[in-house]
Structure formats: structure tokens, C-alpha cells
Design a protein around this ligand. Structure first.
Ligand code: ASP
Length: 246
């Protein structure tokens, strides 16, 4: 994503692993913003992108075991109780995963953002998280700055988390102020459970930055003229031990 007018995304890819490269092609070569599922894979084939297996053998075996043992979680009746039970069951299986969110400013001062993920583990077929949706997992407005989120996508999506962070800066907040506004909005909007985690990185147009998370354990990597280093979040809503980190 370069700007509201210049963004692209893909989701539910079945055959191609290079999601960010493909998202960039959607942005550069189509009039669309998001391509999903088989259509995204066809577009990737047409663009000459290599096909690949998206699951390692280990991941496939664990997923198949889960499907065999607990398929009932896929068929719970609609309604508040079963909805909560399913969320808990899925949440308890929350494992560290692979979301990469990047905000970069080049030598000419142009900001770009990118985000890639396999999504939460053990999700229902068809589930789309926050990462491929502009304004949710990632947002960039060159007039203001950018934000990228990781963690429980369903929480981020309910409050348009990345958009909210950029809008906070548009209203005058610092990157840290924007991080706090988003995390406090999450706290107000949801009853946060122990398995919930959201991490947020916010960069202002001129390069100042901040990051924060619901719980401890989130960290961002900073690469600048001084080298590459890990930075702890400036704000943690509920500090404490957390085994599964996004
Ligand atoms: N936010 C991603 C999702 O909900 C997962 C993650 O960041 O780890 O799919």
C-alpha cells in the first residue's frame, strides 16, 4: 500500500506463497484492490508467479489431526453461546505464527507498507483476517503516515485498527498517542480474553514511530541509518506473561 488510491491485496491463496509480490501486482496492474481465492491464484498464474505448497508436512499433519479430532467445532449451531465456545476453542489453539508487517520510508521520503500472513491457525475454512483488508491490518496515507497490526484479526477488524491509528495522527496525535488510542479502543470495544493479543506499529510521515500491544512479548525490528535493532513496545495495555506471541 502506497496510498488510499494505490493499494492491492490478495487473500485465501491456495497455490501461491508470494502474497506481497502478488498484492503489488494487483495494485499495479489491475483496477481492483483485493483478489481472493481461486481468482487470486489464476491472476498469479497469469502473471507468471511460481506455484508452491503452502503447508509444511508438519503443519499439514497437525491440521489434519485437528480436523479429524475436533471437526464438531466447524459445525456448532449459530447463537451466542456456541459462538463464544468456538472462539474460545480456536483461541486456545492460538500459536505463534508468521505475520510480517512492514512500514518503510525510502530515500525520497515515500512511505510504503506491506503485510503478509498465513492467518490464525485452526481457523474455519473461508475465514479472512485483518491483514489483507486495507484499513484493518495495514493502512498508509502519505499525507499522514502508516500503521500495521498483527494478532487477533477479528479484534482489529471491528475497530478498523490501522485506519484508526492513521486517523488519530491526522487529528494531531503522535505515533505513541495513536497506538494508545487504538489499544484503548480495543479495550473499550471488547471483553479481552487471555488468549487475545494485538500488536501495532505506527510510523508518522516524517519517520517518528511507536509500537504497542495488548500484552507483553510483542517487539518490532527497526532498520535505519544506525543499523538494525529490536525495539520493545512503548505501550502495553495489560503487561504480563504471554506464551503465544504473534
Ligand atoms: N492478524 C492475523 C489474522 O488475524 C494473524 C496474525 O497477525 O498473526 O489473520
Amino acid at each position: 500500500m502506497l496510498s488510499p488510491r494505490n493499494c492491492g491485496a490478495v487473500c485465501a491463496l491456495g497455490e501461491h506463497a508470494d502474497a506481497i509480490d502478488l498484492a503489488r501486482l494487483v495494485m499495479e496492474r489491475t483496477p481492483h484492490v483485493i483478489l481472493a481465492g481461486a481468482g487470486a491464484d489464476s491472476f498469479a498464474d497469469a502473471q507468471g508467479m511460481p506455484r508452491g505448497d503452502l503447508l509444511s508436512e508438519t503443519a499439514r499433519a497437525r491440521w489434519q489431526g485437528w480436523l479429524r479430532g475436533e471437526k464438531s467445532v466447524l459445525h456448532v449451531d449459530p447463537g451466542l453461546d456456541s459462538r463464544a465456545a468456538m472462539a474460545k476453542s480456536l483461541g486456545e489453539r492460538h500459536e505463534p505464527h508468521d505475520t510480517i508487517g512492514v512500514l518503510a520510508i525510502d530515500g525520497l521520503g515515500v512511505m510504503a507498507g506491506a503485510c503478509s500472513t498465513s492467518g490464525l491457525a485452526y481457523k474455519l475454512p473461508g475465514r479472512v483476517g485483518d491483514s489483507p483488508i486495507p484499513g484493518h491490518g495495514l493502512y498508509v496515507d502519505p499525507e499522514v503516515g502508516g500503521a500495521v497490526a498483527t494478532g487477533t484479526g477479528e479484534l482489529v477488524m471491528g475497530i478498523c485498527g490501522s485506519f484508526l491509528a492513521v486517523e488519530a495522527m491526522r487529528r494531531g496525535a503522535s505515533p505513541l498517542g495513536a497506538v494508545k488510542e487504538v489499544l484503548e479502543r480495543l479495550d473499550a470495544a471488547y471483553s479481552l480474553e487471555p488468549e487475545h493479543q494485538v500488536g501495532l506499529i505506527v510510523v508518522a510521515r516524517e519517520g517518528s514511530r511507536s509500537s504497542g500491544a495488548i500484552r507483553s512479548g510483542f517487539a518490532m525490528v527497526v532498520a535505519d541509518d544506525e543499523g538494525v535493532h529490536l525495539e520493545a513496545p512503548e505501550f502495553v495495555l495489560r503487561p504480563g506473561p504471554k506464551e503465544s506471541q504473534p
